[in-house]
Ligand binder design. Structure first.
Ligand code: SAH
Length: 408
């Protein structure tokens, strides 16, 4: 049988259990997006420039404009002769993302962008600026808190158009998988957000992008090659890449075990987030259908192995769904499963109140059940936080990205 974790693998034979679950690991083949500067590994850029008929030293200039200047408009690159600017645009800067719509909430501090890709496919990304409002962060050396405004910015990026993982609580999963995104399409979301922040068009004035979370549309590890190449472009120091610390990058997965193991060996210390959502196979089979393939014990072993190998603390994502997975006994089971694998320090639990999605019968847990779940985990000594969900008002919160041109 073909390896279903390979994005380019042949379709599953009929009768395969994964098929019956409507899980799609292999992305449909579609016309590839045109090649972009961001698609090229750093080591290939000089050769690509030479192939385009330009002297190799132009590669560094182009990278400086793109990764440092955050520009995709060679017309403004006046250190290049006009004819060169033209060739550079033709060869390396096809428009990959077209901004269709932007919706904002939190006084402009959370912005969801709808992008159209070259073939008309739609995806979304969400930019969130955190920090204290002016005046709230008085300290000895910053009495009016001015410098604390917009201290942290996070971009939630998409790695696939749609998603094949079929999780019943997630809006993206309901529409199925459209196609994989290219490295350039992923990096362009990040570059565009970094440019928006640098221009100061978000409240709080000019700022920098510090965090990238692969928690938008798609299952990043089902588009492994493109995602890892994008992570390299995002984290390589300028001018080879965007220079965002790998510590600020989180890759979130439903738990494709062989890919988690592979990621641990890439030598890029990104944070791994595992969408667990249930500590027992019976419930997880229902909530996260890929569990039919890799069981709770296997994904937790893989997560533990990732922490051990990378020395990065793994984040266990756990949505709280009223009367489904929020019982006290499941908090105890979760703590036990984590504890079994090692001393504290390797893991952190991130509880996410369920965000509403169209057609879903489930709702977020009651406050008292959420509190009890937290209390139980803490009683076992498990580090736990409840996510301060952003963007619900604009359908931009976890699990709500569905990318439609309809005004809603
Ligand atoms: N496919 C990856 C990344 C995308 S989702 C993954 O599943 O990890 C990012 C996080 O949002 C995941 O933990 C996902 O389970 C969670 N999520 C999905 N739908 C949600 C919803 N309706 N409410 C709250 N969180 C949700």
């Amino acid at each position: 049988m073909s390896d279903p974790t390979r994005p380019d693998a042949a379709p599953e034979p009929a009768g395969d259990p994964i098929r019956q679950l409507k899980l799609t690991l292999a992305a449909p083949k579609r016309g590839k997006p045109p090649r972009h500067w961001a698609d090229l590994p750093a080591g290939d850029r000089t050769a690509a420039v030479t192939e385009a008929g330009l002297p190799g030293y132009r590669a560094k200039q182009i990278s400086q404009h793109y990764f440092e200047g955050l520009s995709v408009d060679p017309d403004g690159w006046t250190d290049l002769p006009a004819a060169v600017r033209h060739s550079v645009r033709e060869a390396f800067f096809p428009p990959l993302l077209t901004r269709i719509r932007q919706r904002e909430t939190d006084g402009g501090a959370t912005a969801k962008t709808l992008w159209k890709l070259h073939d008309g496919t739609l995806v979304e990304s969400v930019l969130m600026r955190y920090g204290l409002r002016r005046g709230e962060a008085a300290s000895a050396d910053d009495p009016d808190g001015a410098r604390a405004v917009g201290v942290r910015s996070t971009l939630c990026v998409s790695s696939q158009a749609g998603c094949g993982m079929a999780c019943p609580f997630c809006a993206t999963g309901q529409g199925g998988l459209d196609r994989n995104m290219s490295t350039g399409e992923i990096v362009e979301q990040v570059r565009a957000a970094a440019a928006t922040l640098a221009e100061g068009s978000l409240p709080g004035g000019p700022g920098r992008l510090n965090n990238i979370v692969f928690m938008g549309m798609g299952e990043p590890l089902a588009n492994y090659k493109a995602v890892v190449a994008a992570v390299r472009a995002i984290t390589s120091p300028a001018p080879d890449g965007l220079g965002i610390s790998a510590r600020g990058v989180t890759v979130s997965t439903v738990g494709l075990v062989p890919r988690i193991e592979q990621l641990a060996g890439e030598g890029i210390p990104v944070t791994l987030a595992l969408s667990l959502h249930a500590p027992d196979d019976e419930l997880r089979d229902e909530l996260v259908p890929i569990n039919e393939r890799w069981k709770v014990d296997e994904v937790l072993d893989a997560a533990w192995g990732y922490a051990e190998r990378t020395k990065r603390r793994v984040s266990i994502e756990y949505i709280l769904i009223k009367d489904i997975n929020d019982q006290a006994f499941r908090a105890d089971l979760l703590a036990k499963a984590l504890k079994k694998r090692g001393v504290w320090g390797w893991v952190h639990v991130n509880l996410i109140p369920l965000n509403p999605t169209p057609g879903s019968k489930w709702t977020a847990s009651r406050r008292e059940d959420e509190r009890e779940f937290v209390r139980r985990l803490e009683a076992h000594g498990v580090p736990v936080t409840v996510r301060d969900t952003r963007g619900r008002e604009i359908d931009g919160a976890c699990g709500q990205l569905a990318a439609s041109e309809r005004e809603s």
